[in-house]
Ligand binder design. Structure first.
Ligand code: ZN
Length: 395
């Protein structure tokens, strides 16, 4: 599944209609969730039946395209199933009990309720919400695809305006030329001091915007909280500060995406196997004290691109458990305890000396090549909001 995104500039009346459609989808979602909470044990069929009832009862629900209502129900189903799964797997900590949505940002259509113009540069939403015609602004050309390859269309509000996204059914492998094997394998250690260090001794420094962006975000956040008024409606100045913060956030996340994508592509193209730490392990605290929200987010973005390109180019990506990768000696395997501030690994057993992170990267590669890692593959098909920011950059 590929996501192509276009900017749109709706008129004031169209914005009202879009917001109305978003609110309706949220209303259906919350109503169906309430229905599930009040009637434990109801399944898919009952939920969809309840949706039909809602359409009969409320005119504004009936005005929204029926498939768009269905996707709202599917959202609830996904959340419920994820919750049940977490309970079944007995994952420690929170199980993710489904929550009501208060600030939805999008509405999602399937294959009906919209129509592309002949040139495919305009889209018209043709349900009774009255959104009407929108000009699609972007570099992608939808003429490359069959209409039946477009499985979902979504209208999305971001801090800097409205977007229309198309989810196109296409396997990334279909568009790729076979590449010559590099005959190399690499382990990477994601760090605080650098973005990562690899087992060949290379270091990828943190990009400038990481620190700068973090500082700016903190400053904007402070400004916002100064203007916050407890228990009162918020002032114009508060909302202005909030919008500034949101736009900056969007900018930083786009830069992060671009950076992660570039680095991941390079790593995948120059190696046949990439091993990295499985930082998603629940309950694991990795240098909590030092970790920065922005690098955490950067790592998961990086990993997603790594697995995506691995899939696309037929390379192997392996996630390994991060335990002891920085403590053990990569030369003799003995455990060499060191604090976070010790930057160099010096082994008293075999006299091996190496940069702390490079030593860790070698351990990660060794784990990856042994049976301790688990093979990760990019998962096709989900219309995942996380995957969306990146998809703009695929063009
Ligand atoms: Zn040693």
């Amino acid at each position: 599944m590929f996501i192509y995104e276009f900017k749109v500039y709706p008129k004031a009346s169209q914005i009202v209609a879009i917001e109305e459609a978003i609110r309706t989808a949220q209303f259906v979602r919350n109503k169906v969730l309430r229905f599930w909470m009040d009637n434990r044990g109801v399944g898919k069929t009952e939920m969809f039946r309840y949706n039909t009832l809602l359409r009969k009862e409320f005119k504004f629900v009936d005005d929204l395209n029926s498939h768009a209502c269905q996707t709202a129900v599917e959202r609830v189903l996904r959340a419920v199933n994820r919750f049940y799964d977490n309970c079944k797997k007995q994952i420690p900590g929170k199980k993710g009990y489904p929550k009501f949505k208060k600030h939805s940002r999008s509405v999602e259509y399937k294959v009906s309720g919209w129509k592309l113009s002949d040139s495919r540069k305009h889209i018209a939403f043709i349900d009774k919400k009255g959104i009407g015609n929108l000009k699609l602004i972007g570099s992608r050309d939808l003429n490359f695809y069959q209409i039946n390859q477009i499985k979902r269309v979504r209208i999305l509000r971001r801090a800097d305006g409205y977007y229309v996204q198309f989810s196109v059914q296409l396997d990334p492998r279909d568009t790729v030329e076979p590449i010559i094997p590099s005959q190399k394998a690499v382990g990477v250690d994601l760090g605080i001091k650098y973005f990562f260090a690899d087992s060949l001794g290379n270091i990828e420094p943190n990009p400038q915007f990481y620190r700068r962006g973090e500082q700016q975000l903190n400053r904007l956040n402070r400004k916002k909280s100064k203007k916050f008024r407890r228990g009162k409606p918020q002032s114009k100045n508060y909302h202005r500060a909030r919008r500034r913060g949101a736009i900056k956030h969007l900018k930083v996340s786009r830069q992060r995406e671009e950076f992660a994508k570039r680095v991941a592509l390079r790593l995948i193209k120059s190696n046949d196997l990439v091993a990295y730490e499985d930082l998603n392990v629940k309950g694991m605290v990795k240098n909590r004290r030092l970790s920065k929200s922005i690098s955490d987010a950067g790592w998961s973005t990086f990993r997603r691109w790594l697995e995506y390109f691995g899939y696309k180019y037929g390379k192997v990506t392996i996630a390994v458990a991060p335990h002891n990768t920085s403590q053990n000696c990569s030369n003799c395997g003995e455990k060499v305890q060191k604090s976070l501030s010790t930057r160099t690994h010096v082994c008293p057993h075999c006299n091996y000396v190496e940069d702390r992170d490079i030593n860790a990267a070698i351990n990660i590669l060794q784990k990856g090549l042994s049976t301790q890692g688990h093979w990760e593959s990019y998962k096709l098909g989900e219309f995942d909001p996380l995957a969306l920011v990146g998809a703009i950059l695929l063009s």
